[in-house]
Design a protein around this ligand. Structure first.
Ligand SMILES: [Zn+2]
Length: 196
């Protein structure tokens, strides 16, 4: 934006400088025509006219230098605009690429969420209501995990190894008894790898 503003400022400056040159040129042309017409006869007026024509020529040269200087600045501003436009394009294409990948990831997550939610519904329907209620309550209290695997005598919910007395109680419990971790109160799921 700044480079574009600089470029258009230079363009305006150039137009103004060119108009200045034009004005001086027109005035010099008028003076020259008067001189050539022979209408001016007084030696003093002729000298003045010639003097003015000379200064106008110098003035025109100076103003043309200004035009050139402005044109140079405008060119480098234009180059800068082009360079930055190119960079904006390349950054934009990276944004588009990242956005595309993000959207694809969102879609994948949504698909997975839908499938896991459906799976959960099926499993939840097979769990007794009071146990499901306990599980949901624990899940809310324990950061989303209401039941944990008992693995090698360790609760995988809180990573605490069960004390020997607790372990004995779990060993003695019937397979359909709901056993819970003494430490975090989560439901413990017994498997062949529980170390019982
Ligand atoms: Zn635990």
């Amino acid at each position: 934006m700044a480079a574009q503003t600089e470029e258009s400022d230079c363009a305006r400056e150039q137009t103004k400088a060119e108009q200045d040159v034009d004005q001086v040129r027109q005035r010099a042309t008028r003076d020259q025509q008067r001189l050539d017409s022979g209408a001016v006869t007084s030696p003093k007026d002729l000298a003045n006219l010639q003097h003015e024509i000379t200064s106008l020529a110098k003035r025109q040269g100076d103003l043309e230098d200004v035009v050139l200087e402005v044109m140079e600045r405008r060119e480098s501003a234009q180059e800068r605009v082009n360079e930055l436009t190119e960079r904006v394009g390349s950054v934009q294409s990276r944004i588009d690429d990242a956005t595309g990948r993000r959207d694809a990831a969102f879609e994948e997550i949504d698909r997975e969420t839908a499938s896991v939610t459906k799976e959960r519904e099926v499993i939840a329907a097979s769990v007794p209501a009071d146990l499901l209620k306990l599980y949901d309550k624990l899940r809310e209290q324990q950061g989303g995990i209401g039941a944990a695997k008992l693995y090698a005598r360790t609760c995988q919910g809180c990573r605490q190894e069960l004390a020997i007395t607790e372990l004995n109680e779990v060993r003695a419990a019937a397979p359909d008894t709901v056993v819970r971790c003494e430490n975090c109160r989560r439901i413990l799921v017994r498997t062949a790898e529980s170390g019982l």
